[in-house]
Ligand binder design. Structure first.
Ligand SMILES: Nc1ncnc2c1ncn2[C@@H]1O[C@H](COP(=O)(O)OP(=O)(O)OP(=O)(O)O)[C@@H](O)[C@H]1O
Length: 123
């Protein structure tokens, strides 16, 4: 299964995203938030730095949620019983999603503040 052609590997990646969308309510919510951010960016057309910051934060949250989902499913399959080590792994993975979510909210608030005070867009 290693070193398959690019289209095959690309389709596996899309399958992963589709599966996370189907199984995880958090991933659906985060995807819709990311879509809302893109719509806002298109509507307000801020300088490129805000596009970069907001898209980067959205990507980090979604990627962290995908890793979290991957880990949860692997652990549940490999070790369905309760175990303190599984708790640590799952809690840390969820913590990673929380950290990126908080930085995304912080970045979004900075964006809103920058619009509200109408400072000239940084070029
Ligand atoms: N096998 C286990 N052993 C010990 N604790 C566990 C185990 N499975 C889950 N937990 C605890 O329950 C919490 C929730 O785990 P669960 O697998 O239900 O994730 P979830 O609530 O479905 O997360 P998400 O909403 O991201 O899908 C974990 O963070 C962990 O603290």
């Amino acid at each position: 299964m290693k070193n398959q052609p690019f289209p095959k590997r690309f389709s596996y990646s899309l399958q992963g995203i589709r599966t996370a969308w189907q199984l995880e309510a958090s991933f659906r919510f985060q995807s819709l938030m990311a879509l809302a951010a893109v719509v806002l960016l298109i509507a307000l057309r801020p300088p490129a730095i805000w596009w970069a910051l907001l898209l980067l934060n959205c990507g980090l949250v979604l990627a962290a949620e995908l890793f979290n989902t991957a880990l949860e499913h692997a652990l549940d399959h490999l070790h369905p019983e309760i175990h303190p080590a599984i708790k640590i792994s799952k809690d840390c993975a969820a913590g990673a999603v929380l950290v990126f979510s908080l930085t995304a909210v912080g970045t979004f608030l900075a964006f809103v503040w920058s619009m509200a005070v109408r400072t000239p867009w940084p070029r």
